[in-house]
Write a protein that binds this ligand. Structure first.
Ligand code: ZN
Length: 140
């Protein structure tokens, strides 16, 4: 698989974006409290590879401060009309600064088989261990 550009949107189409990524980098599921509630499934995109095409005025924002953190790490953006979470965004040195965590189901033009065959990573943020998968991933 290779890096290419994809298009995505919320359910009502008010929010639309274009993003570049390589599916062979994998998609992610996390067990932290907010990811568990949202059934989060996301993939990382560098800030310079993401472009919001429409809908900034329809995007709500939720910032949450994880226990033990000095400030909220991510800004969760969701469509105020249809309620779909589209992405979270923040700053992270490992991603070269600004990055986006795209909600995978909002990507519209991804090939289903490519997505099925992409690596799926499980992240144990519930125990502050993003470097490993949790012992039990059955409901993630
Ligand atoms: Zn919407």
């Amino acid at each position: 698989m290779t890096y290419r550009r994809y298009h995505g949107s919320c359910h009502c189409q008010a929010v639309r974006y274009e993003a570049g990524f390589d599916l062979s980098d994998g998609t992610n599921r996390c067990n932290c409290s907010i990811c568990s509630k949202a059934r989060a499934w996301f993939l990382f995109v560098r800030g310079d590879a993401f472009q919001l095409l429409a809908g900034e005025e329809h995007l709500g924002s939720y910032r949450w401060q994880p226990p033990g953190q000095a400030e909220p790490f991510l800004d969760y953006r969701f469509c105020l009309r249809c309620g779909i979470r589209v992405f979270a965004t923040g700053e992270w040195d490992r991603m070269g600064g600004r990055f986006y965590a795209l909600h995978v189901p909002t990507v519209d033009d991804v090939d289903r088989e490519e997505l099925v065959n992409a690596p799926l990573n499980f992240i144990d943020n519930a125990h502050d261990r993003p470097d490993r998968a949790p012992a039990d991933t059955r409901l993630m």
